[in-house]
Design a protein. Structure first.
Ligand code: F6P
Length: 545
């Protein structure tokens, strides 16, 4: 890894000059100048076609960006990850989520030890356990079949499985339900439990650490709800857990056969491929989950072996760096047009922003450039009727990712036609815009309002069909994209120290918030007047309840 100044690199300077040269060019001109632009700047890998031609790039841009990636050690970083090196330096951990979808006999090593035997053994246990629950061999305390799954977790122990379960909803067993509870606001747990029979409910406590405050609170509340109705001994039949902290899960009272391990080389936001996917496995069956892994594995092989210029995650990463650093683009908007992918932006928010929202390099020096962008988005059709106005006409440049499958719930039927028309039209409008000349018949006073600058970039991912396999490819594509960007920026994409300070301060506030206002005043003395004032307002309201 090259740790010298990023912006001083000749490759960076070459990009800067190239950006200045391209600045005056509208994408309309780039398309007009090259009838083969789409063919040249799009890429198919199996059932995924990526069109990146609607970007402010030329082939030269891609090759200059690839050169930057090369000198920043992307190839070495990629090899180090697959080799199980401790690339998460601040936590001294390997980063080996790719082992979780390694379905070949290939060994994956951490410190000279092959992790695959344990991974395979856990997969086998997941298959057995999920089959037993689904087929009624593992029943609840009263003998009823367990058909309501409630996943309790937060962050990566919530967003990944919730997104994947929703994306694979068509494969869910019609007899089963699944709910996801992350928020300590009791309202969420109450909603999940409102209509379900405790005798038919299985809770899964997902927590890598088993110490996360929100998850612990919800787990205790779920346990109290269950035992009030079925008695203390029911815990062993109605709870499962996934954690690196296997002992804590057992101490909670969970039956050892329902406790599944995780490993410190799996980051929370990369953990859906592990037993954290248990809720998905229970409602969709293990075979569907295996297909998810197979799709991710295919993307892993592509990422690992393809040259930088022919590598889908790398290309998307390069384009992202291009806008973040050479066009000052603050954000990326992600719009899946498939309803089943509507939760993808939430998963991506953690994946991207927790990974690359960093202010220092791996060596601890202040970064010289922008790093990870703000990620936002939502279902394409709905988003068109809310925030697309800003994408089209605000002075801000917001690069967009559009995602759509060629077939939907009604095949290539009328609903797909409308979605496809809208998806393509939006990318076209962003590209072309509308000039004053196009508005000849519009009253002059309205023309500025109806003009669109265009020249606004987008990628379009066309998926053959939203199968578990394709879904696996899609998620892995973005994981590797984020990793490559982190390598270019020189940050550690696998730690998340930025979430710690808030956690610590919340912990230190708790004693005051549990105390009487008079006593709390003393405890709050050292805090700023805003925090203390708001805390006291809360305590006074609480005292009056
Ligand atoms: O607070 C952030 C975080 O550490 C995430 O990285 C993680 O996915 C989440 O909390 C939940 O952590 P755990 O799985 O240990 O409960």
């Amino acid at each position: 890894m090259n740790s010298s100044s990023l912006t001083a690199l000749p490759a960076w300077q070459a990009l800067k000059a190239h950006a200045a040269a391209l600045a005056g060019q509208h994408m309309r001109e780039l398309f007009a100048a090259d009838p083969d632009r789409f063919a040249r700047l799009s890429f198919s890998f199996g059932p995924v076609r990526a069109d990146y031609s609607k970007n402010r790039v030329t082939l030269e841009t891609i090759s200059l960006l690839a050169e930057l990636a090369r000198v920043r050690g992307v190839e070495e970083g990629r090899a180090a990850m697959f080799a199980g090196a401790r690339i998460n330096t601040t936590e001294n951990r390997a980063v080996l989520h790719v082992a979780l979808r390694n379905r070949e006999e290939r060994p994956m090593m951490v410190d000279g030890v092959d992790v695959m035997p344990e991974v395979r053994a856990t997969r086998a246990r997941l298959r057995t356990f999920s089959d037993d629950v689904r087929q009624g061999r593992w029943r609840g305390a009263t003998g009823k079949v367990l058909r309501h799954i409630v996943n309790i977790g937060i962050g990566g122990s919530h967003l990944g499985p919730m997104f994947v379960a929703d994306a694979m909803k068509d494969l869910q067993s019609p007899e089963m339900t699944v709910a996801f509870v992350s928020n300590p606001d009791r309202a969420q747990l109450d909603d999940a439990l409102a209509k379900i029979d405790p005798a038919e409910t299985l809770f899964i406590i997902c927590s890598k650490t088993f110490t996360t405050a929100e998850t612990t609170l919800n787990a205790d509340a779920a346990r109290a709800w269950l035992t009030a109705r079925l008695g203390e001994t029911a815990v062993a039949k109605h709870f499962a857990a996934v954690s690196t902290n296997v002992e804590a899960a057992k101490t909670f009272g969970i039956h050892p056969d329902a406790v599944f391990p995780m490993w410190d080389w799996v980051g929370g936001r990369y953990s859906v491929w592990s037993a954290i996917g248990l809720s998905v496995i229970l409602v969709c069956g293990y075979d569907a989950f295996d297909q998810l892994l197979a799709g991710a594995e295919a993307m892993d092989r592509h990422f690992e072996t393809a040259s930088l210029e022919q590598n889908l995650p790398v290309i998307l990463a390069l384009i992202g760096v291009w806008y973040a650093d050479f066009f000052d683009a603050p954000a990326v908007a992600v719009m899946p047009y498939d309803y089943r992918l509507k939760l993808f932006p939430f998963h991506l928010q953690q994946l991207d922003m927790e990974s690359n929202g960093k202010g220092v390099t791996k060596e601890g020096a202040k970064v010289e450039t922008q790093t990870g962008p703000i990620i936002f988005g939502g279902g394409g059709a709905d988003s068109q009727h809310s925030f697309f106005q800003l994408l089209h006409q605000s002075p801000r440049l917001i690069p967009c990712d559009f995602i759509i499958a060629l077939k939907g719930a009604d095949g290539a039927g009328p609903s797909r036609d409308l979605l496809m028309a809208n998806c393509l039209a939006q990318t076209e409008a962003l590209l072309k815009g509308r000039t004053a000349a196009d508005l000849a018949s519009t009253p002059e006073s309205l023309r500025p309002h109806r003009e669109f600058t265009g020249n606004r970039p987008s990628n379009t991912l066309l998926l053959d069909e939203l199968t578990p396999y394709v879904l696996g490819m899609l998620i892995a594509l973005y994981e590797h994209k984020v990793f490559v960007q982190g390598l270019i920026w020189g940050v550690n994409s696998f730690d998340q120290w930025g979430v710690e300070l808030g956690k610590e301060l919340a912990k230190s506030l708790m004693p005051a918030l549990r105390d009487k206002p008079a006593a709390a005043e003393g405890l709050l003395k050292a805090r700023d007047s805003s925090t203390a004032g708001l805390a006291l307002a809360y305590l006074q309201a609480k005292a009056q309840q």
